[in-house]
Design a protein around this ligand. Structure first.
Ligand code: ARG
Length: 482
C-alpha cells in the first residue's frame, strides 16, 4: 500500500507524515482506549492544571498562557460533566482521553493549549491519572463500606442476642449469638477496607514529571506539582514511574479480597435462607421468582454477589498476567490495565451497595432457630470445660463427653442435659476419674442459652464477646462532631 498524507492523521504523528494507525480503521479501533478511559477525564484535567501552573511558575509558559489553559480546561470539564459520553470532543482517531482533551483545549485556546504538554508525556500523564482515580475510587468505596457497616451494626443491635448454632465443616459446632457472627463479617470487611488505605500508603508517590521515560531537560519543578496533587511526593525514578502498574495491581487485589469476603458472606446467607436452615429473612426486593415454579423466592442478589467474585478474580489474574513480562519503559500492553481496574471496581462498588441494602432488610428468625437448638450437642465442648473446672485433664474430659454423646445417641436422647448426674459420674469413673466429679452444677453449663453466657475469652462469639465488639463498632461509627 502506498502511503499518502492522511487528513485523519493524529496530531502527534506529523513527524512521520503519511504513516500511522489512521490509515487503517481496524488499526485505529485496535489501538484506541477512548471506549473505556473517558472516565479519567476529571483526573486528567486536575493533573493538567497542576502541570500548567508549574510550567508558568518556572517560566516555561506565560501567565496569559496559564490563564487560557485554565479557562479552557475548566470549560472542557464542565462540558464533559454535562454531556458525558456525548461530548463531541471524544474522537476515536485521537486514541484516548488525554489526546481528546488536549485537542479540544487547542481548539479552544490555540497556542497556549499547544504548550500544555511541555515536559510531559502520556506515559507520566496516564500513570498520574490512574493514581488520582484510585484515590477517588477509594473514597467512594469507603462510603459504601460505611453504609454496610452501619447496617450490620443496626442488625446486630436488633437481633444480635439471638442464640444460634455455629458451624465448622458445616456441622453443628458450638452455640453463639447472632451478633457474634455479624461481628465476624465486620472484622473481615474491616480488613478489606484497610487494604485500600494500605495500598494508598505504599503507592503514595507522584509520577508526574517523569516524562516519557527519562525525565526532562527542562526545569520542571516536580515538587510543586506533587504538592498540588493528593498523591504524595515525586517518585524517585522516572523509568520505574512510567513502567509500573503496581498501584492498579494493589487496587485490584484489594477489590478481589473484598469480593471474596462478600462472596463468602453471600454464601452463608444463601444457606441460612434455605428452608432447611431458615435462620434469616431478607426483603422481597432482593429475591426473585421462578418462571415456572410459582412458590419460589430465590436469593438471586446474593447469588450474583457470590458469582461476580469470579469476574474480579479474572481481572486480577488478567492484570497480573498482562504485567508479567513488561520490560522497563512504557509499553502499550499497559493500556489494558484500565479494563481490569475499572471492571473490578464496578463490580465491587455495586456488590458493596447491594450488600448494604440486603443487610438493612434482613432479620434473624429467632423462633425458628430456637426450635432446633437442642440438636447437634452444641454444648458438648462446654461440658468438657465444666469437667476441666472439676480437675479433669482436658483430653480425658474430651473422652468422657464423647462417651456421653454416644450414650445419648444409643438411648435416643437429643441432649446431654437429659442425662442425670449419675450418668455423668458413671462415665467419669469408667475413665479413671472420681465418682463424684459432677454435681448438679453441671446443668448450668448445659444448653445453648447457658453456654453463650459463659464464654469469657477475648473476642468470643457469645454474649460478652459480642457486647464488647459491638461497643467498639458503635464508637467507631458514631458521627464525629464538627
Ligand atoms: N492511552 C494510553 C494508555 O492508557 C496512553 C499512553 C500512550 N503512550 C504512548 N507512548 N503511546 O496507556
Amino acid at each position: 500500500m502506498t502511503e499518502k498524507t492522511n487528513t485523519n492523521a493524529k496530531p502527534w504523528e506529523h513527524a512521520k507524515a503519511g504513516s500511522g494507525s489512521a490509515h487503517d480503521p481496524l488499526a485505529a479501533r485496535f489501538v484506541e482506549s477512548i471506549s473505556y478511559d473517558t472516565r479519567l477525564y476529571r483526573q486528567d484535567i486536575t493533573g493538567s492544571l497542576a502541570h500548567a501552573a508549574m510550567l508558568e511558575s518556572v517560566g516555561l509558559i506565560t501567565k496569559k498562557d496559564l490563564a487560557q489553559i485554565k479557562r479552557g480546561l475548566k470549560a472542557i470539564q464542565k462540558e464533559i460533566d454535562v454531556q458525558q459520553n456525548d461530548w463531541p470532543g471524544w474522537k476515536v482517531e485521537l486514541e484516548d482521553v488525554h489526546m481528546c482533551i488536549e485537542a479540544a483545549l487547542i481548539e479552544k485556546v490555540g497556542d497556549a493549549g499547544r504548550k500544555l504538554h511541555t515536559g510531559r508525556s502520556r506515559n507520566d500523564q496516564v500513570a498520574l491519572d490512574l493514581k488520582l482515580w484510585i484515590g477517588d475510587a477509594q473514597k467512594k468505596l469507603d462510603e459504601q463500606f460505611q453504609t454496610l457497616f452501619k447496617n450490620m451494626v443496626a442488625l446486630a443491635k436488633r437481633d444480635g442476642f439471638t442464640v444460634m448454632p455455629a458451624y465448622t465443616h458445616l456441622q453443628r459446632a458450638q452455640p453463639i449469638v447472632a451478633g457474634g457472627e455479624i461481628m465476624a463479617w465486620l472484622a473481615a470487611l474491616d480488613r478489606c477496607q484497610q487494604r485500600f488505605a494500605a495500598l494508598q500508603a505504599v503507592n503514595a508517590h507522584n509520577p508526574l514529571g517523569s516524562g516519557a521515560i527519562a525525565g526532562s531537560g527542562l526545569p520542571l519543578n516536580r515538587k510543586q506539582t506533587a504538592a498540588a496533587l493528593p498523591v504524595g511526593p515525586p517518585t524517585t525514578n522516572s523509568i520505574d514511574s512510567t513502567s509500573t502498574r503496581d498501584a492498579a495491581l494493589d487496587m485490584v487485589y484489594a477489590l478481589a479480597m473484598t469480593s471474596q469476603t462478600l462472596s463468602r458472606w453471600a454464601e452463608q446467607w444463601i444457606i441460612y435462607l434455605s428452608e432447611e436452615f431458615g435462620f434469616i429473612s431478607i426483603g422481597h426486593a432482593y429475591t426473585t421468582g421462578s418462571s415456572m415454579m410459582p412458590q419460589k423466592r430465590n436469593p438471586d442478589m446474593l447469588e450474583l454477589i457470590r458469582g461476580r467474585c469470579g469476574n474480579v478474580y479474572g481481572n486480577l489474574v488478567g492484570l497480573l498476567t498482562m504485567t508479567k513480562g513488561i520490560p522497563l519503559g512504557y509499553n502499550r500492553d499497559l493500556q489494558e490495565d484500565k479494563r481490569h481496574l475499572f471492571a473490578a471496581y464496578d463490580v465491587v462498588i455495586d456488590c458493596l451497595e447491594m450488600a448494604g441494602r440486603i443487610v438493612k432488610s434482613a432479620a434473624f428468625k429467632a423462633d425458628h432457630i430456637e426450635q432446633s437448638l437442642h440438636r447437634g450437642f452444641l454444648d458438648a465442648t462446654a461440658l468438657a470445660d465444666y469437667l476441666v473446672t472439676q480437675n479433669v485433664p482436658f483430653r480425658t474430659a474430651h473422652q468422657i463427653v464423647g462417651r456421653l454423646v454416644l450414650a445419648c445417641e444409643t438411648r435416643k436422647l437429643d441432649q446431654l442435659s437429659e442425662l442425670n448426674v449419675d450418668d455423668f459420674n458413671a462415665v467419669c469413673k469408667e475413665l479413671g476419674q472420681k465418682a463424684n466429679t459432677c454435681s448438679k452444677d453441671v446443668y448450668q453449663w448445659l444448653g445453648a442459652a447457658n453456654v453463650v453466657k459463659r464464654y469469657r475469652s477475648a473476642g468470643n462469639a457469645g454474649v460478652s464477646g459480642f457486647k464488647a465488639q459491638l461497643r467498639v463498632w458503635e464508637q467507631r461509627l458514631r458521627p464525629t462532631k464538627k
